[in-house]
Design a protein around this ligand. Structure first.
Ligand SMILES: Cc1cc2nc3c(=O)[nH]c(=O)nc-3n(C[C@H](O)[C@H](O)[C@H](O)COP(=O)(O)O)c2cc1C
Length: 186
């Protein structure tokens, strides 16, 4: 099996990270991989907001926690009550991917960019995980001020976020693949 296929098959979501920051060259590799994703009409409609500053990360976590505690959703409330709560699992790097709402297919383009970033991260030994609640928050009224603070460009909507950092846990095995997910007509 070639290295590309090995990376695709080995990538897993990680939910615990070392506090140590990833190297700038590693961050650049991850961002480059994101920017080489395909996009509808080659619009490249994404903006990547990288957050590595600890007080900003703490503020994002606190805002998420508050929104989850007020959500009325029992699962969210229970999770947010945890003493060591971190919506991004204490990862030292967060990348928020927003897309130009005027583009043709920004949601798909941004998801593909994040997918490329996760694979690039895996290929250089950096762990990653999609963090969905953050996108929900940044697109909601409760996250408007935070979006402004993060300088999400005007007219852009957040379509995904990823946590990145060095792994602390063993590489988990993948969940079994569902059967019947393929139809081949030939
Ligand atoms: C759109 C999307 C949203 C996700 N949101 C979260 C999330 O908010 N928190 C989390 O821990 N994992 C999240 N994940 C990761 C999935 O749980 C994970 O990909 C899935 O369980 C398969 O595991 P694997 O990535 O290790 O193969 C998300 C994945 C996708 C594609």
């Amino acid at each position: 099996m070639n290295e590309t296929l090995k990376t695709i098959l080995n990538r897993r979501s990680f939910r615990a990270y070392k506090p140590e920051q990833i190297k700038d060259e590693e961050l650049q590799t991850i961002l480059d991989a994101g920017s080489y994703a395909p996009s509808g009409g080659n619009t490249q409609p994404w903006h990547f907001t990288v957050i590595q500053k600890s007080d900003v990360l703490q503020k994002i976590n606190a805002t998420c926690r508050e929104a989850m505690l007020k959500s009325g959703n029992k699962t969210f409330e229970e999770r947010a009550k945890a003493e060591n709560f971190s919506i991004f699992y204490h990862a030292p790097t967060l990348i928020v991917v927003s897309g130009d709402e005027k583009a043709i297919t920004p949601q798909y383009d941004c998801a593909l960019a994040l997918g490329n970033m996760f694979l690039a991260a895996e290929s250089i030994g950096v762990g990653s995980c999609w963090i969905h609640a953050l996108s929900m928050l940044l697109n909601a009224d409760a996250g408007k001020a935070l979006s402004k603070e993060l300088d999400i460009p005007e007219g852009y909507k957040v379509h995904g976020s990823g946590a990145f950092g060095y792994k602390t846990t063993e590489h988990p095995s993948p969940a079994p693949r569902k059967e019947g997910a393929v139809t081949i007509i030939k």
